[in-house]
Design a protein around this ligand. Structure first.
Ligand SMILES: [Zn+2]
Length: 133
Protein backbone atom coordinates (compact mmCIF):
# COMPACT_ATOMS: atom_id res chain seq x y z
CA UNK A 1 0.00 0.00 0.00
CA UNK A 2 1.43 3.33 -1.04
CA UNK A 3 0.35 6.35 0.94
CA UNK A 4 -0.29 9.70 -0.78
CA UNK A 5 2.68 11.12 1.15
CA UNK A 6 5.12 8.66 -0.39
CA UNK A 7 3.57 9.24 -3.82
CA UNK A 8 4.15 12.96 -3.18
CA UNK A 9 7.85 12.30 -2.50
CA UNK A 10 8.18 10.41 -5.77
CA UNK A 11 6.57 13.34 -7.62
CA UNK A 12 9.00 15.75 -5.94
CA UNK A 13 11.91 13.57 -7.01
CA UNK A 14 10.65 13.42 -10.60
CA UNK A 15 10.15 17.19 -10.60
CA UNK A 16 13.86 17.66 -9.96
CA UNK A 17 14.53 16.08 -13.36
CA UNK A 18 12.05 18.27 -15.23
CA UNK A 19 13.46 19.84 -18.37
CA UNK A 20 12.20 23.41 -18.17
CA UNK A 21 14.95 25.73 -19.43
CA UNK A 22 12.46 28.19 -20.94
CA UNK A 23 9.74 28.65 -18.33
CA UNK A 24 11.90 27.56 -15.38
CA UNK A 25 8.65 26.13 -14.06
CA UNK A 26 9.29 22.54 -13.06
CA UNK A 27 6.42 20.14 -12.48
CA UNK A 28 6.47 16.57 -11.24
CA UNK A 29 3.76 13.93 -11.29
CA UNK A 30 3.45 10.48 -9.76
CA UNK A 31 0.73 8.00 -10.55
CA UNK A 32 -0.35 5.14 -8.33
CA UNK A 33 -1.86 2.63 -10.73
CA UNK A 34 -4.79 0.36 -9.97
CA UNK A 35 -2.31 -2.51 -9.67
CA UNK A 36 -0.33 -0.61 -7.04
CA UNK A 37 2.64 0.43 -9.15
CA UNK A 38 4.10 3.93 -9.31
CA UNK A 39 4.89 5.78 -12.53
CA UNK A 40 6.44 9.22 -12.56
CA UNK A 41 6.74 12.05 -15.04
CA UNK A 42 8.15 15.54 -15.33
CA UNK A 43 7.47 18.33 -17.76
CA UNK A 44 9.70 18.28 -20.84
CA UNK A 45 9.91 21.58 -22.68
CA UNK A 46 11.19 22.17 -26.18
CA UNK A 47 12.62 25.20 -27.94
CA UNK A 48 9.61 24.81 -30.22
CA UNK A 49 7.25 25.52 -27.34
CA UNK A 50 4.17 23.53 -28.43
CA UNK A 51 6.32 20.38 -28.62
CA UNK A 52 6.70 20.35 -24.84
CA UNK A 53 4.74 17.95 -22.68
CA UNK A 54 3.31 18.23 -19.19
CA UNK A 55 4.40 16.10 -16.23
CA UNK A 56 1.00 14.41 -16.06
CA UNK A 57 1.23 13.40 -19.71
CA UNK A 58 4.73 12.02 -19.18
CA UNK A 59 3.56 9.96 -16.18
CA UNK A 60 0.57 8.63 -18.13
CA UNK A 61 2.87 7.61 -20.99
CA UNK A 62 5.13 5.77 -18.53
CA UNK A 63 2.11 3.97 -17.07
CA UNK A 64 0.85 2.90 -20.48
CA UNK A 65 4.34 1.78 -21.49
CA UNK A 66 4.36 -0.27 -18.29
CA UNK A 67 1.25 -2.09 -19.47
CA UNK A 68 -1.33 -0.40 -17.28
CA UNK A 69 -4.28 1.83 -17.99
CA UNK A 70 -6.03 2.77 -14.76
CA UNK A 71 -4.98 5.57 -12.41
CA UNK A 72 -5.88 5.13 -8.75
CA UNK A 73 -4.26 8.36 -7.59
CA UNK A 74 -2.05 11.02 -9.10
CA UNK A 75 0.03 13.66 -7.34
CA UNK A 76 1.03 16.81 -9.19
CA UNK A 77 3.65 19.05 -7.60
CA UNK A 78 5.11 22.43 -8.47
CA UNK A 79 6.81 25.24 -6.60
CA UNK A 80 4.24 28.02 -6.70
CA UNK A 81 2.38 30.27 -4.29
CA UNK A 82 -0.96 28.92 -5.43
CA UNK A 83 -1.31 25.20 -5.97
CA UNK A 84 -1.46 24.33 -9.62
CA UNK A 85 -4.11 22.34 -11.39
CA UNK A 86 -3.57 20.04 -14.35
CA UNK A 87 -4.18 21.89 -17.62
CA UNK A 88 -7.39 21.12 -19.48
CA UNK A 89 -5.66 18.75 -21.90
CA UNK A 90 -4.11 16.78 -19.04
CA UNK A 91 -7.45 16.52 -17.24
CA UNK A 92 -8.84 14.96 -20.41
CA UNK A 93 -5.82 12.63 -20.63
CA UNK A 94 -6.27 11.66 -16.97
CA UNK A 95 -9.97 11.00 -17.61
CA UNK A 96 -9.06 8.49 -20.34
CA UNK A 97 -7.36 6.34 -17.68
CA UNK A 98 -9.56 7.00 -14.64
CA UNK A 99 -12.73 5.96 -12.92
CA UNK A 100 -15.03 7.71 -10.48
CA UNK A 101 -12.70 6.94 -7.58
CA UNK A 102 -9.54 8.31 -9.16
CA UNK A 103 -8.07 10.99 -6.91
CA UNK A 104 -6.01 13.97 -8.02
CA UNK A 105 -3.73 15.41 -5.34
CA UNK A 106 -2.40 18.94 -5.84
CA UNK A 107 0.80 19.78 -4.02
CA UNK A 108 3.47 22.36 -3.50
CA UNK A 109 6.93 21.48 -2.22
CA UNK A 110 5.71 21.29 1.37
CA UNK A 111 3.11 18.60 0.67
CA UNK A 112 -0.33 17.78 -0.67
CA UNK A 113 -2.66 20.76 -0.27
CA UNK A 114 -5.89 19.66 -1.94
CA UNK A 115 -7.36 16.42 -3.21
CA UNK A 116 -10.22 16.05 -5.67
CA UNK A 117 -11.87 13.32 -7.65
CA UNK A 118 -11.60 13.58 -11.40
CA UNK A 119 -15.36 14.20 -11.49
CA UNK A 120 -14.89 17.30 -9.37
CA UNK A 121 -12.14 18.67 -11.58
CA UNK A 122 -13.62 17.69 -14.94
CA UNK A 123 -17.35 17.12 -14.53
CA UNK A 124 -18.10 17.15 -18.27
CA UNK A 125 -15.30 15.03 -19.67
CA UNK A 126 -15.42 13.84 -23.25
CA UNK A 127 -15.77 10.05 -23.10
CA UNK A 128 -16.88 7.09 -25.16
CA UNK A 129 -20.52 8.01 -24.52
CA UNK A 130 -19.78 11.30 -26.25
CA UNK A 131 -18.93 9.40 -29.44
CA UNK A 132 -22.32 7.68 -29.64
CA UNK A 133 -24.62 9.00 -32.37
ZN1 LIG B 1 -1.01 19.52 -19.01
Amino acid sequence: MILPESLFLKAVKARKNAYAPYSKFKVGAAILSAKGNVYVGANVENVSYPCGICAETAAIAAMVAGGENLIQEIVIVADSKEIISPCGACLQRISEFSNQKTTIHLADLSGIKKSYTLGQMLPFNFDEESLRQ
